[in-house]
Design a protein around this ligand. Sequence first.
Ligand code: NAP
Ligand code: MG
Length: 405
Amino acid sequence: MKKIKMTTPLVEMDGDEMTRVLWQMIKDELLLPFVDLKTEYYDLGLPEREKTKDKVTFDSAYATQKYGVAVKCATITPNKQRVEEYNLSEMWKSPNGTIRAILDGTVFRAPILIDSIRPAVRNWQKPITIARHAYGDIYKATEYRVPAEGKAELVFTDKNGTETFRQTVYDFECAGVLQGSYNKDSSIRSFAHSCFQYALDTKQDLWFSTKDTISKQYDQTFKLTFQEIYDNDYKAKFEEAGITYFYTLIDDAVARVIRSEGGFIWACKNYDGDVMSDMVSTAFGSLAMMTSVLVSPDGKYEYEAAHGTVTRHYYRYLKGEETSTNPIATIYAWSGALRKRGELDGLAELVGFADALEGACIDTLNDGIMTKDLIGLVVEGTKVTSATSREFILAIKERLAKRLG
Ligand code: NAP
Ligand code: MG
């Protein structure tokens, strides 16, 4: 069989532990036999990050800015225990955080659905994609445990040193808690652009929700920024694509989401997105079936699985045991990146390959061949065969070859 050609390289970011093992299997069995794979390889595995003093992470993000499309394996975010385990000279920051900061992007998470796993919400038929603004708010807040009676004020001093705002937050008559959080117009604008761009890209409606009735400056700014950018830059394009932008209060959004049949993007502020993405992924099934893509406001894409490096399985793998780790979200990271590369470079065959690869995954699952994490989730009466990661990937390969003729 003639291999499918690529023109521009993908930025390939390798990772850690069990997902690193799956990464190699996916390349060997599902990609290299079919595609003349062109990648610019960055090893974001922890040993290499240590060796390069984390320069490799920065370089991979700059390469993504240059080429426009990246695919990333899950990576360890070091904590104290990892510093000892890997004998690190520093507690390197989360690679995802570093890449996100450089690309100034928004993270979109969407579940992969199959017929035999019914979402906990009966009427959900299509995926719900959560777009989380991953900057500021309580994640960058300053907090204070108020010890006793006293006054808390909000003060703003401009760059000339003039105090231009002072207001009492609360006159504490007893101990309590206090929090100061912020966001930036530039970040909110980037968030909005990424969301509108991604909605156009995937031809899905975009919903956005905040609590602007209560938060008359803070959340209101988010609402007005989205509306202004929509009116100026996207309204005509949305109408042409036959999709809509819809703003509603977060409480109303929650009620509508539950009653909906899915099939839209729900943009959320940082905290809402954190909470709602966990709720949505659990309700749809499993974290191993959640895809994730970082989209920058100027249209750069980094595809990955939503889950981590599956450490517990890796320790079993190191003892020589076969594991039944689910590679689906990682395979979809590859298919997403290859499809985007194909679209940008006008390579219909590459786009076709991405579709066939995803189709082969669904065929395999529909044939009842599954990793262990899914077996407990299928509807009663489904005939299932439990597979190890390798057996599962080989079953996908068989169906992929068939689809590709
Ligand atoms: P995790 O790797 O997502 O795994 C948590 C548990 O979820 C696993 O132990 C497993 O449950 C189940 N699971 C997740 N993915 C699965 C898959 N593909 N197939 C089957 N089961 C799966 O999260 P974690 O254990 O909290 O974190 C491990 C490491 O990953 C940490 O070092 C963390 O820093 C890193 N991490 C990286 C990213 C990223 O790069 N984007 C994201 C999150 C975490 P059972 O053990 O019960 O089977
Ligand atoms: Mg969360």
